[in-house]
Design a protein around this ligand. Sequence first.
Ligand code: PLP
Length: 231
Amino acid sequence: MTRSRLIAQQLDKIHLRIEAAALAAGRNRNDIQLLAVTKTRPCDDIQAAIEAGQHRFGENYLQESLQKINSINCSDCEWHFIGPCQSNKTSAIASTFDWVHSVDRLKIAQRLNDQRQSEQALNICLQVNISNEASKTGILPEHLSALAEGVQNLPRLRLRGLMALPAAAVEFETQRVAFAQLKTLFDALNSKGHQLDTLSMGMSNDMEAAIMEGATLVRIGSDIFGARSTP
Ligand SMILES: *Cc1c(COP(=O)(O)O)cnc(C)c1O
């Protein structure tokens, strides 16, 4: 089988998994979007996914992603930055990406806002440190509300939702706990008047648990493109 046929087949499988998970959760399948995570993957893999109908892509590493996005030049693709977002990267991110999922400080949000030149607002998810591990990025839940307020006031940003990358867990019931916590924070912000519509949670190994807890966008890499050889 050719590589592009394999990628198309893997995408079909993910769509079936999303459908089954939505059914199990009593949710509408159309409320769940698939972000194909293409860090470390060559342009050919991305092209194959585009030809198979996938148009929403997530990248983690800025330099690598800029090269790929420029060479692929897909006008109806949507590019999501999901990697660590430091000050020295904000300018290129603001001018290249449609979404950033990894905003966890007001200073970063302000830079993205100041550096965004497009007429269209940059879509933002705030990354929350749900598992509360010192090594992980993300805003702590107790500081989330203040950050959301600050981002809401930046005119070139559009606050869309929350993202989390919880500690890996094997058991379905354990996986659900962190996702349920993120959903609770999401609901709390909306009841305070925010209009968040995106709950970015769930990866290859835990997307079913994330969908059970309300994910509206799952970020899938290895189950589409295979195991990554480099981090
Ligand atoms: C790599 C990555 C993913 C995809 O993970 P897989 O386990 O390959 O599906 C999702 N989200 C983020 C933030 C990532 O860095």
